[in-house]
Design a protein around this ligand. Structure first.
Ligand SMILES: [Fe+2]
Ligand SMILES: [Fe+2]
Length: 223
């Protein structure tokens, strides 16, 4: 796809296709707050217009993304599963407990502050419990089937997992709202800043993770 991006019109392509085929596209979409993981079926033109953005400018930004090795489309399904497990499942499990610890500290120490992210600890704890159960489900059911190349992939499994993904999307929206779009107030302490930086990275990781599953892995194994 990289060669073709030079001369083709990208505005009629879906966000999912573009994110899967152009390294760096997901970062461009995140910067412009275009939902490429759960809302990936929209074309670049429609998604940009809905946000009041110029599709042509976004197309230019995508074209400037330089080529890079190992895009998701070049990996086999089994390689993609390995990548998802190490880059996302393991990272979420390592990072969320620390975010919960930071959130609890900020909510306790800055209880009286008008911008305190009240409820963030609970939102992270709930979100982590659901995400962890979902990842365990993938690791126990879907991923072994993909690695064993069995054809017994159940559409039911995929649609159950897709439903969970939509739920993760709601969690991300909550985190964004609770943290004022990851912007700490003026004079916020280091813990507060670290909490928002870490939460922003977590949200970006989950978007990328869900995108790779919904738009690349699941499509490929159900085809
Ligand atoms: Fe996953
Ligand atoms: Fe998933």
């Amino acid at each position: 796809m990289q060669q073709k991006t030079i001369d083709q019109d990208l505005t009629g392509r879906t966000l999912a296709e573009l994110a899967a085929g152009i390294p760096g596209a997901s970062r461009v979409f995140r910067e412009h707050r275009l939902d490429f993981c759960c809302g990936g079926d929209k074309t670049l033109r429609d998604a940009a217009t809905a946000r009041g953005l110029d599709p042509e400018l976004l197309q230019d930004a995508l074209r400037q993304e330089t080529s890079e090795e190992g895009t998701a489309e070049e990996m086999t399904a089994a390689e993609l599963v390995d990548h998802i497990e190490t880059r996302y499942h393991a990272a979420h499990r390592q990072e969320i407990p620390e975010l919960i610890r930071l959130a609890r500290k900020v909510e306790t120490v800055h209880r009286e502050h008008p911008n305190v992210p009240a409820g963030l600890t609970t939102a992270l704890e709930d979100g982590y419990a659901r995400l962890d159960a979902h990842m365990s489900d993938e690791e126990a059911v879907l991923f072994p089937q993909i690695r064993a190349r069995t054809d017994a992939l159940l559409d039911e499994t995929l649609s159950r997992l897709r439903e969970d993904h939509a739920e993760h999307g709601e969690l991300l929206g909550r985190l964004e709202a609770l943290t004022n779009n990851f912007t700490p107030p003026e004079g916020a302490c280091r813990t507060w800043q670290a909490l928002y930086t870490g939460t922003e990275k977590f949200v970006a990781d989950v978007m990328e993770h869900v995108h790779l599953e919904n738009n690349v892995l699941f499509r490929r194994v159900s085809a």
